[in-house]
Design a protein around this ligand. Sequence first.
Ligand code: C5P
Ligand code: MG
Length: 207
Amino acid sequence: MFNRLIELFYFRKKTPMINLILFGPPGSGKGTQAAKLAEKYNLIHISTGDLFRYEMGNNTPLGMKAKEYIAKGELVPDSITVGMLENKLDKHPKAAGFILDGFPRTIAQSEALDQIFNKKNMAVSKLIALDVAEEELVTRLKGRAKTSGRADDADEGIIRNRIKVYHEETSPVFDYYDKQDLSHKINGVGTVEDIFSRLCESIDALS
Ligand code: C5P
Ligand code: MG
């Protein structure tokens, strides 16, 4: 029993959980990079946007509620988004870590995440922000509209509103984690592989 405890203790020390927030405006490449990072570091990728799209696709009550906001490029109310995120975390009690893509998007969501993580004895390891200029974001999202099938990518007015909401409600999340010395901004322009290398460098600096 005692040996087992020691073993567990060392195991935990050797493999600390990595919980990343991949941050940045719409079109900055979070989804693309999160999928690659999840594979390399064996993390569970949680995209709240994808979760909403799944619910909308199945016409669930949650999906229908979310659609009212997403169609306009606005944020779904915090209580809905936080509840959905917590449910998803609960489904992976044995995960080596998580990569959160598109969450938290408000200070209230950040505070809720801290509380949820505290309850689970988890912590945010780092927030990495992908830095991309506004006009580049608009060009990328309009291009993505051709294949994403997303109504919120297909209209420039909605795209611009999503970016505006990002500046007003989401960008303070960077400062929230920066105050805890957890935020790191990297250049989000370049090839997918260039940006991936920059992200890996930032993550490898954790250990
Ligand atoms: O992250 P993604 O860009 O896929 O999100 C698509 C839309 O889902 C956002 O524009 C927003 O309307 C909604 N969303 C939200 N709160 C989140 C994540 C996504 O309201 N935390
Ligand atoms: Mg995305």
